[in-house]
Design a protein around this ligand. Structure first.
Ligand code: NAP
Length: 284
């Protein structure tokens, strides 16, 4: 029977620390506050926003939503981002993505203040990660993966980690962060040969391909710790991971569930970044 690496205890630990920090900052007259920039009213954005606002309330972080029409121009969005950058009452900024096609995301990335960039969109913050500096605002999902492994006492030092994802949001920064922990990452993608050989022989396997239940038991071995980052529609009204959980859960050493694994920890990390930004902005 595999150990189930639930996200909840990790979330609780992060939230407890946030609450302590919120209390201390409050004593100094500061209220860490998140600014959400949302273009239009996509149902996915509204649902995500609702979850984040609820989480903010649960830890005492303030929040403010800056809504702009989905058809707003690049110039209008730029003006809004500048306004939120300059707002001294906002410490962390989250821009909901995907942005509409007429918006140039590569330019938007560069506009968000690096000090308030809690989702690590700005290339300045990403570059730090690639240079080995993990003290800044690092990407939330890779950080969540590392926090889960650490919480459950899995040593990263010298571990072989198969990362099945090469995107800038997950696989690439995660591999840099794993290097920082002195693990040995192997970045895999859709053209990787002998993937089963790589995964089954690795100590840790991180999947983030975005394909429901793609990885069955044949990809894994008894030595694997499996971190499933994928969030997919299972076609039956629920969400599931990239791993065929019920076929794998008894084969590997440990596995994260979906839902209830990496996703919840990612949100907690995002909130912890609001605290980090607030402290940095006020030299605390
Ligand atoms: P993405 O940009 O589409 O990247 C997918 C990656 O998977 C690519 O590197 C792709 O390889 C690889 N891939 C696709 N099919 C494969 C296959 N059959 N075998 C091996 N590799 C394969 O997606 P993303 O934005 O990084 O997100 C990936 C997943 O993570 C999605 O399910 C997303 O919802 C989830 N996610 C979760 C969180 C969280 O907090 N839990 C956060 C972000 C994303 P190529 O480069 O060769 O195409």
């Amino acid at each position: 029977m595999s150990l189930i690496l639930k996200g909840q205890p990790v979330v609780q630990k992060i939230k407890n620390k946030i609450k302590e920090d919120v209390y201390e900052l409050k004593q100094k007259g500061l209220k860490p506050t998140l600014g959400i920039i949302r273009m239009g009213e996509r149902p996915d954005d509204i649902a995500y926003e609702k979850g984040i606002l609820k989480n903010c309330i649960s830890v005492g972080i303030g929040s403010k939503v800056f809504e702009i029409d989905r058809k707003a121009s690049m110039n209008e969005l730029t003006k809004l981002i500048t306004r939120v950058n300059e707002d001294i009452n906002i410490h962390g900024i989250l821009i909901f993505r995907p942005l509409p096609d007429h918006i140039d995301v590569e330019i938007i990335r560069t506009l968000i203040s690096p000090q308030k960039d809690i989702d690590c969109m700005n290339p300045i913050n990403l570059e730090k990660v690639f240079k080995g500096d993990m003290d800044g605002l690092v990407p939330c999902t890779p950080k969540a993966v590392i926090e889960i492994l650490k919480h459950y006492d899995y040593s990263l030092l010298g571990s072989n980690v198969a990362v099945i994802n090469s995107s800038l949001v997950v696989g690439r920064p995660l591999s840099m962060m794993l290097l920082g922990e002195k693990a040995t990452p192997t970045i895999c993608h859709s053209k990787t040969r002998e993937l089963q050989k790589i995964t089954s022989s690795s100590d840790i396997v991180v999947t983030a391909v975005g394909k429901a239940k793609l990885f069955g038991a044949e990809y894994f071995s008894e030595k694997n710790i499996v971190i499933d980052v994928g969030i997919n529609d299972d076609g039956e009204g629920s969400i599931c991971g990239d791993v065929d959980y019920y076929k794998v859960e008894n084969k590997v050493k440990a596995i994260t569930p979906v839902p209830g694994g990496v996703g919840s920890v990612t949100t907690a990390i995002l909130l912890s970044h609001v605290i980090k930004s607030c402290k940095n902005l006020h030299n605390e």
